[in-house]
Design a protein around this ligand. Sequence first.
Ligand SMILES: C[S@@+](CC[C@H](N)C(=O)[O-])C[C@H]1O[C@@H](n2cnc3c(N)ncnc32)[C@H](O)[C@@H]1O
Length: 305
Amino acid sequence: MHIPILLKESIDSLNLKEGDVVVDCTTNRGGHSLEISKRIGKNGNLICLDLDGQALKEAQVFLKSELKDNSPNIFFVNENFRNIKKVLKDLKFEKIDGLMADLGVSSQEIDESGRGFTFQKNEPLYMTLQDKISEDALTAEKIVNTWDEENIADIIYYYGDERFAKRIAKNICLERKNKEIKSTFDLVEIIKKSVPEKYKHQKIHFATKTFQALRITVNDELRAEEELVQALPEILKENKRASFLTFHSGEDRVLKKSVNLLKDELRFIKFDNKKNFLEPERKEIFENPRSRSAKLRVVEKKYAN
Ligand SMILES: C[S@@+](CC[C@H](N)C(=O)[O-])C[C@H]1O[C@@H](n2cnc3c(N)ncnc32)[C@H](O)[C@@H]1O
């Protein structure tokens, strides 16, 4: 089960009301969408986006069974949120009252998709968020078998914050000369050979950062996030808000930088803790360890001068 993270806080912050038009950019199986639906009611409109078509189908069934006759008008769109302007135009919505973006992958995608997001199981090394993979799609397998060593080192270092990036990239390029790297376990073995013994006994699994870096690269996640923020001044109504949940420093940096570049039009709201972000409380982290690195930031569109 994917347990929605900072659910109440992220949706409360949007100040939604009956009849609002809202986009859930990262619907997955509908955890945040359900909460949004309850706030905007039968007269509201909810646009549910996700790259994972299978997850979106499951969200449709879930929301129908939970909301019954009280459902807003819901549009399910299997699209990248970087194309949000086009999606809204096609659906004939000019501006929206709220937006949710719970970035990255869901627990189900990691545990059950079979697309190679996990180092716990032996799966093909795809790492695509799309459930259907086209011939020409970039996959983690293509990266590790065809990119040059320097590029592989760079993505592992910059997107994974992995200090052993150079050694891992070097060993990837050595090993692939003998045998193509096809599965998650092939890759885990190479990472294992590349990091010091002490590193293998830390709280975070030694392959976590490399896997994260490959996933971010395959899905061009940081650029998609940047483009989503760039669209906000145009699609949000004045004084309306977008909630962002980020899960690693790269995502959080992109959000801060992109909002800062648009500071004449956008601002981060301040929470009661006087900061412009919230983190899960100890109880939530205890109940759902995957929430441990989450940060909620809420962006507001300023009034025009
Ligand atoms: C953390 S999950 C969202 C979980 C959901 N909020 C819930 O609580 O049930 C992130 C979802 O965003 C999707 N996703 C990630 N990047 C995307 C993008 N650029 N465009 C559309 N969907 C994306 C993933 O496929 C995944 O289903």
